[in-house]
Design a protein around this ligand. Sequence first.
Ligand code: ADP
Ligand code: MG
Length: 292
Amino acid sequence: STPVATFCALLRAARTGLLIKGGDVLESLASIKVAAFDKTGTITRGEFSVEEFQTVGERVSKQQLVYWVSSIESRSSHPMASALVGYAQSNSVEPKSENVAEFQIYPGEGIYGEIDGEGVYVGNKRILARASCQTDIVEHMKGVTIGYVACNKELIGVFSLSDSCRTGAAEAIKELRSLGIKSVMLTGDSTAAATYAQNQLGNILAEVHSELLPEDKVRIVDELKAGDGPTLMIGDGMNDAPALAKADVGVSMGVSGSAVAMETSHITLMSNDIRRIPKAIKLARRTHRTIV
Ligand code: ADP
Ligand code: MG
């Protein structure tokens, strides 16, 4: 009756929108001690709104800056991209992805593309280093993600975006805590944006790690495994994929997540409701008890 119990549990989970790829995953799920959450698109909705959009210096007009940024972003599937494309359209600028050449993604940093004969970088502080841009950055905006645009080693634009936590995120983390599971945040976003999300949640995360590259997420998952025990990682982006693979249980967001995150994960959440995770852990623990 062991396989039957497992099968029934997998089926029940699937009915609530949780695709668990095998009975051994269910077993790992039963012993989880730590849950590591990506921020953007996982704890938060990943539905950004553009707060500010400014040129820096005289290099380009605002119109041209919006055109460049939105055209290059239209090649990206990052949650920030659709907000920037939408912003352009609502300002009567039509992004043209077909005019972008040499498009590149730098996970945890931003993107690059050539447009109108110019190489343009869009992303966070790290992308400025990649663009050999020396500008000193003063971060004056609180609780938001700040984006920079660089061209010819020059800062030519800056914008800010805000996002909000998903319904049920705080509830899910509290539920995990009642199951004896510690929750932490691992984000590529700025410390200001990470702290803002932690405050929105009521400061219930045990640890917040920000400004991480994909390999930093992997390293921290490894440290959590060694220090606290079996670790679950949940994320949506291609930047989360290596950490999802490293975790004892990797969970991807199925609605808005990237394909590579789904491929490397053990579980796909077909709804965006992260309260399904503590529920699945309870189910796994019950099933495991039935088996042993
Ligand atoms: P998280 O770990 O919170 O999901 P990511 O690793 O996806 O965040 O992204 C980290 C940071 O890299 C973002 O906060 C943003 O500053 C920058 N970034 C990534 N992709 C893009 C993009 N397409 N356009 C602009 N900035 C980007
Ligand atoms: Mg993410």
